[in-house]
Structure formats: C-alpha cells, structure tokens
Design a protein. Structure first.
Lengths: 148, 148, 148, 148
C-alpha cells in the first residue's frame, strides 16, 4: 500500500472529528494506509444506566474509525459510506478511555471491509471490549452529495 | 404477552433516557409488551461531515431501543445486555428527526432477539433508513453489577 | 416493481437449483418481483449430531434464496454476488421440511438488501426458525466471470 | 487454557463429521483448546451456477468449525448451539479445497464468541475468501435434548 502524504493525513485527522464524532469527543490517534486508530476519554455522558460505557459509543467509534481506515485507501474525489456493520460486545467496558483500532481486510474498488477492535482502557489493564466487521462502499463524492 | 403496569412503563420511560442516551437526546415515545418506540430531534451535532445523520446515532438508537423492548418482557430483578447487533443502512438519512421502532422476535428466558427499524423523518416523507437485528441477554441484576 | 416475464421466471427457477443447491435438494416454490420462496424436504443428511436440522442448511437456503430474490430485479446481463449475511437462529428446527421466504428491502442499482425467513415445517405447526439479512451486489456478468 | 485429552480430541474429531457435515465432506484437520481447523476437498457439488464455490459451503464450514472450537472449552455434559453468525465474503473462491480456521475470542460460561476464517486453496496460492463471527451458547446437554 502506498504511503499517505502528510497533507492527506492532516486532512483525514481534521475531517475525522466533526459533527457527532466531535460531540462524542472521539479523536484520531494514528493514521496509516489501511489503518486508523482513535480514542475517547470517558465522561459521565458516555455511560449508561449501570455505569458501563454505552454500547452506542463503542459502535459509533467502531463504525467511524473503520470508515476512515477506508478513507486512507481511496483518492480524494471519493467518499466512504457504511453499508452495514456487525459488532459483538465481549465484556462490559467501564474504564477511563476507549481506544479503537480499525484495519482494512479487503480493499476493493467499490467494496471495502474493515475490522474494528474497541479496547477498554482501565488503570490496571487494557482489554478487548468489542469487535466489529464493517462493510464500506467507496462512491464518487459528486454522486453522494446529490442524495441530499 | 402480559400487559405492562403503568408503574413499570413509567420506570422504563425514565430509565431509558439516562447517560449517553440523554446526551444524544433520544427519547421514548411508546412502550408496549415486547415493543419500544423512540425518537430524536436532529441537531447539527447528530450529523457527520457531509450533513447526513451519523450512522452512530442510528446504531445507538437501534441498540438502546431494542434493549428496552426486551426490558418490557423481563421481571424487575433482571437487566438486559446487548451481546451483539448488526445494522444495515438502507439510504442516507438527513431529515429533522429519526424514529426507531423495536420489537422482540424471540423471547427466551436467557436470549432475546429484537429487530429495530430506524426511520428518517423528513418534511415531505418518512422512510426506512436503517434496520438492525439485536441479540440480547437477560441477566440477574446482581450478577451484572458484580462485573463493575 | 415490474411483472416478471414467464421466460425469466422459468430461467430463474431452473438456474436456482444447480450445484450445491441441487446437492442440498433445495427447490424453488414461488417467484415474484423482489420475492423468492423455496423449500427443502428434510432427510437424515440435513441434520446434525443431535437430530436437529443443521444451521448450515438454513444459512445456505437463506443466502441463496435472497440472491434469487435480488435476481428478479436486475436485467439479464447482470449477476448477483453475496457480500455478506447475518443469520439469527431463533429456535432449533427438527421438522420434515424447511421453507424460506426472501424479500428485497432495499433495491439499489449496485447494492440490494434482502431479508430471509426460514420456517421449520412440522406436522403440528410451522414456526420461524431463523432470520437473515443479506447484502447483495449486482455486477455485470462479464466482470464476474473474469474473476475465475 | 487446559490441554485437551487425547480421548476428548478423538471424540470431537469423530463427532465433527456427522449428518450434514459428512454429506458436505468437511473434515477435521487440527484440534486445540479454543481452536479448530477443518478442510473440504471441492467437487462439482460444492459449486454454484458460475463455477465458484457456493457461499453456503463456506458458511456451513465457518459455523460448524466455530462450534467445535467452542466444544474444546466446555465440559462433556454440555452442548454448543449457534445463536447467530455473520459472514463476509471477501473474494470469490474457486480452488480445489477450502480450509477453515476457527478460534474462540471470548470464552464465557454461557456465551462464547468465535472467529472463523475460510481460505480458498488454489494450486498457485491460498487466500482468505471469507471471514465470520459466530456467537455460540453453551447449554447443558439434557436441556437441549428436551427441545426435540
């Protein structure tokens, strides 16, 4: 896979955390060809009724980070759409942060497939809390915007 | 399926919108045995970089509402955990609100399965934007809290 | 959705049961635009070690029937590929036949999404045994064959 | 994870290939704690209408092999049921054999989660053709048989 230019990396890092992702305070940590890593520091508003981190935070992170792992492999005139994803929750998460690592396992011209692993970062240890498989589609930017 | 008591309905309605769900401003609309309907009015912070509603909002809503559809079928000493879910995005959503309808399609003593449909509510029309299948587990409340 | 021609229906019915599907003895029952229904009479070789019908039979049927539901909506120069599917097993199946009903819930020019319901047909009753969501892709026939 | 006894390995190897799995000629290759590897030599009856190996063969193999990976971790009085699985097809498979490697990524007392990778074995190379995530449930044998 080709190296990403510093400009493209900077663009993806800035583009990553807009709208709902900014609202959730999920941030990019590392960007490589076919790979994206992100983090969120956990506050009360990320938790659910029992004090565990809400599954929706993990799902949002797994989906969005997978999308940006796909973004590292397409040209600048293309956008990435999530067609579907599936996420398994392996154990309840209740740490101080989540970290998500997404990598592309199939890089096609139209369909890309990513795996996202969401880690629960606690003081004593870090453990895999959720794992997702995400099916993504690369579409010309012009076509996507016409759907609005 | 037995009728839900008004007290149980009131409890579930209040319990539904805490933590991350309150932060996302997702609200309960209707509660019946094996069924839960919710809504969110869309603001800028629910959207993604292109103006569409973020897939994470739909996924969070689909998961959480499915969980509360399951809650309507278990006794008060039990909690509901999401084991996994899968969500397909049928078309980009960009309306003023989302509505989610979750119903239980398998009501087991341990494993419950729900389907959630997320509708994009636009001025001119309402259309199905996403559909999820959610696998849930009913666990004794005491057991769950011991995991924290 | 347009009516299917009798010739197209006959072609799809014959094309449906070749190779592995013929080996599994799964047969078409009903074909409409965006809909396909199939059946298999259960013999010992469809069961697993405990006498239940093997999950693989249900998954095969759910996938293949979904694919042919998609086939009813594309032109004759196109093929259908399964990108992914997810199947939930609602209860063990042990009847004399399975019936599968697949319908398209999203009909796009590239991506189609189907739902398949697999019913366990027993003497006393018929009940839903499995439900699948299938993501399909319509590709030009010429392109697919070049991958061989 | 504890070592498996030779007797338990021999039992699982024999138990693996009964009913539908025997009919599909899928065979065990390697058994370890939390891991199972299987193979099928491809004949005409494993293919679909275009000569590719049918997705149903890969799904059956991914599910069944995941189940036996789970079997390596439970006591002899328990059975394994598939609750659900999701499988992504990465590229069309058309080789002379398929090999499946399943490993448990969450070993719980009730819920186990496995990943299965299905490889397309061609003369020139072996490549990943499909990847599945399988949610399994460990149940007392006596309870399962009562459902029949």
């Amino acid at each position: 896979m080709p190296e990403l230019s510093p400009e493209r990396k900077a663009f993806l890092a800035a583009d990553y955390c807009r709208g709902f992702i900014r609202y959730c305070r999920i941030e990019p940590l590392e960007i490589k060809s076919g790979y994206f890593r992100s983090r969120v520091l956990i506050a009360e508003e990320h938790r659910q009724q029992d004090g565990f981190i809400h599954a929706g935070v993990m799902a949002t992170m797994a989906d969005h980070t997978a999308g940006y792992a796909a973004f590292t492999l397409v040209t600048e005139d293309r956008q990435i759409l999530t067609i579907e994803f599936k996420i398994n929750f392996l154990r309840p998460a209740f740490g101080n942060a989540l970290e998500c690592r997404s990598k592309i396992i199939r890089d096609g011209s139209t369909i890309l497939i990513a795996e996202s692993e969401v880690f629960d970062v606690r003081e004593e240890e870090t453990s895999l809390a959720a794992k997702a498989t995400v099916t993504l589609m690369s579409v010309p930017k012009a076509k996507l915007l016409s759907k609005r």
